[in-house]
Design a protein around this ligand. Structure first.
Ligand SMILES: Nc1nc2c(ncn2[C@@H]2O[C@H](COP(=O)(O)OP(=O)(O)O)[C@@H](O)[C@H]2O)c(=O)[nH]1
Ligand SMILES: [Mg+2]
Length: 281
């Protein structure tokens, strides 16, 4: 058995403390979930961090996710009483609904400001979510600026200043938060597949093999179409990866499958949405 993925470096603990401190002046919280793993990308600490602040939940990267699953998970989270909007920050899908939803969430506060003759006062929202979920990209698109730093590499957001959006809304970018123990190992793995955990601390070959198994199980048609292999019952995952590498022509000298290079390629292609619209939760 492989070691479970546990990733909670010191800067994550510091980030959590910083967020708990800076949430005080926020009027509301925007929670970002990756539509490809809406449950696994949910931070169970968020309730503790947000306390009773009104919360808007956004599903990001919906263009990469299975639309049927997105609709299903949206309903499921809405059933808990949350306000959920599915967006994609590349196309801008869903963006029109965001400002009205924030105003609705902060209705009482806005009314209070109006009653006190402070109608122009801005409402402030803190943007929270795991590394790489799309926080900076969302803030930049929503505010029409490029002040939040979007990075392909996880773990690089630096906490900055409140950024103004049209309509009297201000947003604060935050560093990505992961949590200490993934209650179930598959959560850690899914975070790694989608790119929320830095690759350089992981065994890429093993990760690629696990992703190959999961893809064939959940989306056999899309996976067979792209990689020209189908599942063989009882086959060890290393052998599946070897077959896939060979099919793709990833060979080392002597005709041995280059599984490490193929694993990296599989992860890249999954993350880029090249296999199709796939949700892993
Ligand atoms: N397709 C797609 N890619 C996105 C979306 N949002 C963010 N990304 C990409 O995901 C990566 C991480 O985004 P970033 O905003 O830096 O995430 P952060 O760590 O949460 O701030 C970048 O490569 C973005 O271009 C989205 O809605 N759709
Ligand atoms: Mg960021």
């Amino acid at each position: 058995m492989s070691e479970p993925i546990v990733w909670y470096p010191g800067h994550m603990a510091a980030a959590k403390r910083a967020i708990i401190n800076s949430i005080v002046p926020a009027d509301f919280v925007v929670e970002l979930l990756d539509a490809r793993i809406p449950l696994s990308s949910r931070n169970p600490d968020l309730k503790e961090i947000c306390k009773d602040k009104p919360r808007l939940t956004l599903f990001t990267k919906t263009a990469l996710a299975d639309p049927n699953r997105t609709a299903l998970f949206k309903k499921q989270i809405e059933a808990e009483g949350a306000l959920v909007i599915a967006i994609d920050s590349k196309s801008g899908a869903g963006y029109n609904a965001i400002a009205p939803a924030i105003k609705e969430l902060c209705k009482e506060k806005l009314q209070k400001y109006a009653d006190k003759g402070m109608a122009g006062r801005k409402i402030r929202g803190m943007v929270l979510g795991i590394t790489n979920v799309g926080k900076s990209t969302f803030i930049n698109r929503f505010t029409g600026t490029s002040k939040a730093k979007a990075e392909d590499r996880p773990g690089v957001t630096r906490s900055t200043q409140w950024i103004s959006a049209p309509g009297g809304i201000e947003l604060l970018d935050t560093p990505g938060l992961l949590w200490h123990k993934f209650e179930d190992q598959s959560v850690g793995e899914k975070l790694a597949f989608t790119g929320a955990i830095r690759d350089d601390i992981l065994d890429i070959t093993e990760l690629g093999a696990k992703l190959a198994v999961l893809l064939l199980e959940k989306y056999p048609q899309l996976t067979e179409q792209r990689y020209k292999v189908s599942a063989i019952e009882g086959e060890p995952m290393e052998e599946l990866l070897e077959r896939m590498a060979k099919k793709r022509g990833f060979l080392q000298r002597g005709g041995v499958a280059d599984t490490e290079r193929f694993a990296a390629c599989l992860l890249d292609e999954y993350r880029a949405g090249k296999i199709g619209r796939i949700t892993l939760d």
